[in-house]
Design a protein around this ligand. Structure first.
Ligand SMILES: O=c1ccn([C@H]2C[C@H](O)[C@@H](CO)O2)c(=O)[nH]1
Length: 142
């Protein structure tokens, strides 16, 4: 599990380096581990119309679902901060919208993924069901 965690956090940090975040200068990377071992990453993509910015987790989920894949989501790593910040920057916990977006793919695949929140030399380990209890999702619409 520690190997998996470290691998996923490394992938998230790598993704953060590709963030397009000229307005906040807060670079976020997300790495999603699928049941078949595939890792899909995303980085935040900001917009001159600030409110239209896309979070790293949302970009990663969209790239999976837009391919037609409906995999079981096993784990997520998120990291962020200003480039070069001490200890790799601030700890990022997924924002509220990202929790809902992650819940969509998690419920489709029937999992409660572990979430590793990296930053400042500390890793917070939690579960999506802890971040978003009593979630509303696709199961509520069937
Ligand atoms: O879970 C989060 C929280 C924030 N951000 C991005 C949005 C914005 O571009 C920047 C500062 O909020 O961080 C993410 O990508 N994911």
């Amino acid at each position: 599990m520690t190997d998996t965690r470290d691998t996923l956090i490394a992938a998230a940090r790598n993704a953060a380096a590709s963030a397009y975040a000229p307005y906040s200068n807060f670079h976020v990377g997300a790495a999603l581990l699928l049941a078949d071992g595939t890792i899909v990453t995303g980085a935040n993509v900001e917009n001159a119309s600030y409110g239209l910015s896309l979070c790293a987790e949302t970009v990663a989920v969209a790239s999976i679902l837009a391919k037609g894949d409906r995999p079981a989501l096993e784990a997520v790593a998120v990291t962020g901060g200003a480039p070069g910040a001490p200890g790799e920057g601030a700890q990022v916990t997924p924002c509220g919208r990202c929790r809902q977006v992650l819940n969509e793919i998690a419920q489709l695949g029937g999992t409660d993924p572990v979430i590793w929140c990296d930053g400042g030399g500390v890793v917070l380990e939690t579960r999506l069901s802890h971040l978003l209890p009593h979630a509303f999702g696709p199961a509520n619409l069937t």
